[in-house]
Design a protein around this ligand. Structure first.
Ligand code: FES
Ligand SMILES: [Fe+2]
Length: 342
């Protein structure tokens, strides 16, 4: 499988790359190692020594360079070999590894793995996660999904599944009749669902009125290619207006690990008017983690297992009205992949 390479992907949460430790992770089917230089900046190198191919992440960090655990070649943060401890110490021209542009933004480490010039301003705006935003945040969510990122992306863009898979927690039965609007804005796709006068799902009852009474609910999901999502989701009194609580921004970010596995990062940002104690905030985070890990993940893993290596379209999937967004997204990904490879 080919991936769009000239794009920013989330490699991990910033907190996962600590001083004096190497953090290996396979991204777009390439081994990458992350570490921090003395000044705190993050470096990212191909995690494979060009001598006998062992992961550099098994080695040591020495003065902002990485020393291979096997025979001691050292590579600086640009990937250049800076020390050969053997023989006359000459450094063969081929002794180098790829280094990748990285940026730290919104509490995450972003990586650019394509050959074209990178532009930090293209990183999607998740500033609701920044301290200065004043939002109450829950961050650091991570799940390893054993499915292709496109299958997981469909799960996020089309939230019609919350009625069934997350019933009582994030969804409720009357949502099935939601009014769904799909629109394309530039390269983004918005999939907005409006569900008036429905029974209130558990997580929103906790955020809003805690009386179990009916609400109007919305889930407005935006896909930012290739694999970032922003959700505005919440409830209000039927026929009323959005209050300063009862809603949150859901942050969902996918990074392909391999053709059949995905790194899933998630977080949430609630407005400052949200009335949760710290225990309730922890419960809110736990409810979401439970939904994603115990409800979505088994479905995604089973979906990939059922598909095996078959091509999605060759399997002739049945198409329903709820697939308008996902199908547009798949078409956009095909187009963007062609442009990326042109
Ligand atoms: S394998 Fe890295 S120096 Fe030999
Ligand atoms: Fe879900």
């Amino acid at each position: 499988m080919s991936f769009i390479r000239n794009a920013w992907y989330v490699a991990c949460w910033s907190s996962q790359v600590t001083a004096d430790a190497m953090f290996p992770r396979r991204l777009l089917d390439e081994p990458v190692v992350f570490y921090r230089k003395k000044n705190g900046d993050v470096a990212a190198l191909q995690d494979r020594c060009p001598h006998r191919f062992i992961p550099l992440s098994l080695g040591k960090i020495k003065n902002d360079a990485v020393e291979c655990a096997y025979h001691g070649l050292q590579f600086d943060c640009s990937g250049k070999c800076v020390k050969n401890p053997h023989g006359d110490g000459k450094i063969p021209a081929a002794a180098k590894v790829r280094s990748y542009p990285v940026a730290e933004k919104h509490g995450m480490i972003w990586i650019w793995m394509g050959e074209r010039e990178h532009d930090v301003s293209l990183i999607p705006d998740y500033s609701a996660l920044d301290k200065e935003s004043g939002y109450l945040t829950s961050t650091g969510g991570y799940i390893h999904i054993k499915s292709n990122y496109e299958l997981m992306a469909e799960n996020l863009l089309d939230l019609s599944h919350i009625t069934y898979l997350h019933d009582g927690l994030l969804g409720s039965p009357e949502q099935v009749g939601a009014d769904q609007v799909v629109k394309e804005v530039g390269n983004s796709i918005h999939c907005n669902r409006w569900m008036p006068n429905i029974s209130v799902p558990g997580i929103f009852d906790m955020l809003f009125r805690r009386d179990g009474k009916p609400v109007d609910m919305w889930t407005n999901m935006e896909w930012i290619p290739p694999s970032c999502f922003r959700l505005d989701s919440g409830v209000q009194a039927p026929g009323g207006a959005r209050a300063d609580h009862g809603w949150y921004y859901g942050i969902h970010i996918l990074t392909p690990e391999t053709a059949t596995t995905t790194h899933y990062h998630f977080a949430a940002a609630m407005p400052s008017g949200t009335r949760l104690t710290s225990e309730e905030s922890a419960k809110f985070a736990e409810m979401r983690r439970y939904a994603f890990l115990e409800q979505d993940t088994p479905i995604l893993n089973a979906q990939q297992a059922a598909l095996g290596n078959a091509n999605f379209w060759d399997m002739k999937p049945v198409l329903l009205t709820i697939d308008a967004g996902p199908v547009k997204m798949r078409r956009a990904l095909e187009r963007l992949l062609k442009e990326d490879q042109a």
